[in-house]
Design a protein around this ligand. Structure first.
Ligand SMILES: O=C(O)CCC(=O)C(=O)O
Length: 290
């Protein structure tokens, strides 16, 4: 798998720190086509898809596995860029899901920071400052041309503007879906094979709103083991990653899940955030239980 970046490597981390996102080429056309074929033929996806709804499938869980796309989690280019953006260390997987929608589906989220798994009273305003190191990179890898991710550049490192504060008053963590684009957000367009690497403390939203050509993206999250993970770490259900299950996976995939499980053991208090995340995702997507 290749990684031809748009910016010289030295500029990527600076752009990520300043804007809150960078775009990189990750997969070639053949690799994209192979992954789409796996998805098209997936019995798991067929069994779980709800007509007219956007599916969010956690393809690393035993009941929802799509073995043919799992290798993406250890893609060398992807992990290397995460390492640059996070300042080094071993890169640990935090979350992985496949978003798929048939043409004609509606998809519209309100603006939000990814603090949905944190009870409002526990969200700390210091997380949204330049000084804060957010130990997470969120990735939206497009398997077909995609224009669903909207983003407010630089908003990861500042509090809400007075105008934004209105949208999020009363402990709301997500703005109304029909809120206009007055927050200053921009649509990030990517070609198949490209990925957006973003700081999910920034204001962003998934917004089609009508997916004329459907959607196929892989959503991934990672952190570096040089620092404690953020709460967004608890997206995967590590309780299902038994040794017996790991033995059924490709060795590199098993190694990534084992590293996730071991990291979970180091930070057991974060486990309670998983249920909050699952509730959020179940509301936003057709989200099979596991
Ligand atoms: O659809 C997208 O690309 C963004 C999804 C998102 O913001 C989320 O699930 O938190």
């Amino acid at each position: 798998m290749s990684a031809l970046f748009f910016l010289p490597e030295s500029g990527l981390a600076a752009a990520f720190r300043r804007d809150g996102y960078v775009v990189a080429d990750i997969l070639g056309a053949d690799e994209v086509a192979a992954m789409l074929a796996e998805i098209r033929h997936s019995a798991v996806l067929r069994a779980n898809a709800v007509p007219g709804r956007v599916a969010n499938l956690q393809f690393l869980q035993p009941q929802l596995r799509i073995a043919g796309i799992q290798d993406i989690i250890h893609d060398a280019g992807l992990l290397s860029l995460c390492r640059q953006l996070l300042g080094g260390g071993n890169i640990i997987l935090d979350g992985a899901s496949l978003i798929v929608a048939e043409p004609g589906c509606a998809y519209a989220q309100g603006w939000h920071r990814d603090t949905m798994q944190i009870p409002p009273g526990e969200v700390d305003e210091s997380w949204f400052t330049e000084a804060y190191f957010h130990n997470n990179v969120q990735i939206n890898l497009a398997l077909q041309d995609d224009h669903c991710l909207w983003f407010v550049k630089g908003s990861h490192a500042r509090p809400f503007t007075p105008r934004e504060a209105v949208w999020f008053s009363g402990d709301r963590q997500m703005s109304a879906i029909d809120s206009d684009n007055g927050l200053g957000g921009e649509m990030i367009e990517v070609k198949a094979g490209q990925a957006v690497f973003y700081n999910n403390n920034a204001l962003h939203r998934g917004y089609g709103p009508l997916l004329e050509h459907g959607r196929a993206t892989i959503q991934l999250g990672y952190h570096s083991d040089l620092a404690a993970p953020t709460c967004h770490f608890c997206v995967l259900n590590a309780a299902e990653y038994s040794d017996a299950y790991l033995r059924t996976l490709a060795p590199e995939v098993a190694a990534m899940l084992l590293a996730h499980r071991q990291e979970r053991d180091k930070f057991p208090a974060l486990a309670r955030f998983q249920q909050h995340h699952q509730r959020f995702a179940a509301k936003e997507f057709n989200f099979p239980k596991f």
